[in-house]
Design a binder for this molecule. Structure first.
Ligand code: ADP
Ligand code: ADP
Length: 231
């Protein structure tokens, strides 16, 4: 699903070039559940931005679902982003004045899907994350864990090839974080390919593979023999 080779990102924005990611090789197969760990500044966000087609590498190759991303222009990248990738963020990124249902409909609006199909799919996605009773609530009428579940529902509705989550439990209490991980585990059992950044090893141990970064390099690729069930 994801095939990365020799991926390098050097930022030239400051006085000195910063090698944020150096010669990273990584393969993620369809149906894998991978977490990314590493100290602050080790290149995790840079990797996620490249995998999410939000930025282009300085050199190296990235193939997503058979598409060579490094040869696409901005329009091509935006298209891949909207059609192939689901994003979940630490800060949820929902629109505060819209109901859960409307928030979840948004990516389908951008994809040009008609309103009946949008409502049908958004409702199903909210049911999938256990929020059938909350479709008409706004973010400020829900708990942090519920808001993140809305964000997960939103990430799913265009049936992405891969789900990318950047510290999805970072702003949640332990219990809500476990609920989020239980949903990811459930989606993964249903076949979803997921890559998730976390600072917490307890969170990473719910995934089946942990890749470790240090100074922009992938330094360890760890199999989790028995991923812990969340909750
Ligand atoms: P992490 O997510 O692991 O904290 P980052 O990918 O954010 O690491 O950062 C990796 C390195 O790249 C750091 O040295 C950081 O300061 C630098 N960096 C990140 N983004 C930029 C940018 N837009 N311009 C210049 N340097 C950056
Ligand atoms: P377009 O160019 O098609 O308008 P957007 O910039 O709106 O694309 O972003 C498309 C997708 O990328 C959206 O799903 C959005 O959530 C995600 N996205 C936008 N900005 C960021 C960011 N800074 N980090 C991670 N994902 C982002």
């Amino acid at each position: 699903m994801i095939q990365v080779s020799g991926l390098t990102k050097i930022y030239n924005t400051g006085a000195h070039p910063v090698p944020a990611l150096q010669d990273v090789n990584l393969e993620v197969k369809a149906g894998e559940f991978v977490s990314v760990m590493g100290p602050s500044g080790s290149g995790k966000s840079t990797l996620m931005n490249l995998l999410g087609c939000l930025d282009t590498p300085t050199s190296g190759s990235y193939q997503l679902d058979g598409i060579e991303i490094s040869s696409l222009d901005d329009t091509g990248m935006a298209k891949v982003r909207n059609l192939k990738i689901g994003f979940v963020f630490q800060n949820f990124n929902l629109l505060p004045r819209m109901t859960a249902l409307r928030n979840v409909e948004l990516p389908m609006l951008y994809a040009g899907i008609d309103v009946r199909e949008r409502v049908k799919r958004a409702t199903a996605a909210l049911e999938r994350v256990g929020l059938a009773q909350r479709v008409h609530h706004r973010p400020n009428q829900m708990s942090g864990g519920q808001v993140q579940r809305v964000a997960i529902a939103r990430s799913l509705v265009n049936r992405p090839a891969v789900l990318l989550a950047d510290e999805p439990t970072g702003n949640l209490d332990t219990r809500s974080g476990e609920e989020i991980m239980a949903i990811f585990q459930d989606l993964n059992r249903g076949g979803a390919t997921i890559v998730l950044v976390t600072h917490e090893r307890d969170i990473a141990l719910h995934t089946s593979r942990i890749i470790h970064f240090r100074d922009g390099r992938l330094v360890e690729d760890e199999r989790v023999e028995k991923p812990l069930d969340a909750l």
